[in-house]
Design a protein around this ligand. Structure first.
Ligand SMILES: Cc1ncc(COP(=O)(O)O)c(C=O)c1O
Length: 392
């Protein structure tokens, strides 16, 4: 059959038709353990009853109204997000709703320029990932992803992740509106910075009145074992971006900013037709309320040790990066792609983020038995890849 899809994604090898909790089912009835969660999205597992019910009820009531009008979910979800952020860091702010991580960051970038007039530079880190729109691609510190789309929008500079001195020097020039940083570089290989780097960066931003903006699109909402990754070092960011897990599979993103920063946006400065519409926010409300009821970050924290220890025991694994349930297993050779393929064949979904690193991000609700079984399948996959490599 002729495909009418653009070829920007690698050809898929499996067609999934159904999901429940940690389990995915393909078109031939095979069962897989989903240790990727649609790239950190389905943190409550597939088909989570509370979220499914909320989507069904909202779809039967009112799916969409434009942002020219109000609907009850807007204030409710904005308050839930703000309350979580206040509990995590202490200061109150306001939320803009959108549909993806890139759009959440796009909002942050526009807000930074509007809130810090006269300064237009945004500093990010090498190896970071902030999205695929032109501005968020320019913010992304991976020149190989940018080259074919040159020229990039102006005003973005990338500095090595973890190099505080270089950040401080660049910030001291005085033209920087904001720093945008991930607490763990997720797509970049599950890289954690040295302890003290992020607090130092926050301090350096404060000194020159640049905004300290944290991209929690992948790490936020329990994934690291805390509600937000920045809590590990008691940070108090000025802007936080969220998406992925926020709707447990329904597209919704959010850019939160401190009151004084958010105030820079006036009517007409920014918007999105679908951003914050009732269906997406019904999913977000049910997701957040369920996460709060379950204490989802605590679940991730508890499950983390079993997964980390089990990964370390696998053949050819030399180390494990990350925390909570965003873990990267370092392999002793550049075989992450092969391991991922064999793992899929063995019934566990993970992905390769570096030639020698596979990333595991199961639902925060994953059970001890599921972790045990996924590790057994990964063990079989890795043994097979090592045997094939040895036999060549
Ligand atoms: C840290 C981070 N920021 C932004 C994005 C972009 O999100 P989206 O693909 O929803 O636009 C991603 C996606 O992987 C991400 O990991």
């Amino acid at each position: 059959m002729t495909s009418h899809l653009m070829e920007n994604y690698a050809a898929p090898v499996v067609t999934f038709v159904k999901g429940n909790g940690t389990v995915l089912i393909d078109s031939e009835g095979n069962e897989y353990l989903d240790f990727l969660c649609g790239l950190s999205v389905t943190s409550l597992g597939h088909n989570r009853p509370e979220v499914t019910k909320a989507i069904q009820e909202q779809a039967a009531t009112l799916s969409h109204v434009s942002n020219l009008f109000d609907h009850p979910q807007r204030q409710a979800v904005a308050s839930l997000i703000n309350d979580l952020l206040v509990d995590a860091g202490g200061r109150s702010g306001k939320v803009f709703f959108c549909n993806s991580g890139a759009e959440a960051n796009e909002c942050a970038l526009k807000l930074a320029r509007k809130a810090r007039p006269g300064k237009h530079v945004v500093l990010t880190t090498l190896n970071s990932f902030h999205g695929r729109t032109l501005a968020t691609l320019a913010a992304t510190g991976q020149p190989e992803k940018q080259m074919v789309f040159a020229p990039m929008p102006e005003g973005f500079e990338h500095i090595a992740f973890g190099d505080l001195q270089a950040m401080e020097e660049r910030l001291s020039v005085g033209d920087v509106a904001a720093v945008l940083v991930e607490v763990i570089q997720a797509e970049g290989g599950v890289n954690t910075p040295p302890i003290g780097y992020l607090p130092g960066l926050q301090e350096a931003c404060r000194k020159v009145d640049a905004l300290f903006m944290i991209d929690e699109v992948q790490t936020g909402l329990g994934r690291t074992g805390q509600w937000f990754g920045f809590q590990d070092e008691n940070l108090a960011p000025d802007v936080v971006t969220l998406a992925k897990a926020l709707g447990n599979g329904i597209p919704v993103g959010a850019c939160w900013a401190l009151d004084g920063v958010a105030a820079a946006f006036k009517p007409g400065d920014h918007g999105s037709t679908f951003g914050g519409q009732p269906l997406a926010l019904a999913a977000a409300k049910a997701t957040l309320e369920t996460m709060i009821d379950l204490d989802a970050p605590a679940l991730a924290h508890e499950a983390s040790e079993q997964l980390r220890a089990g990964l370390l025991d696998l053949p050819g694994v030399t180390g494990v990066r990350g925390r909570g349930l965003i873990l990267g297993a370092e392999l002793n050779a550049d075989i992450a792609k092969e391991v991922t393929q064999e793992a899929l064949a063995a019934g566990v979904v993970v992905n390769a983020v570096r030639p020698n690193v596979i990333r595991c991000m199961p639902p925060l609700t994953v059970s001890a038995d599921e972790i045990h079984e996924a590790l057994r399948r990964l063990h079989a996959a890795m043994t097979k890849v090592h045997e094939q490599a040895g036999g060549e």
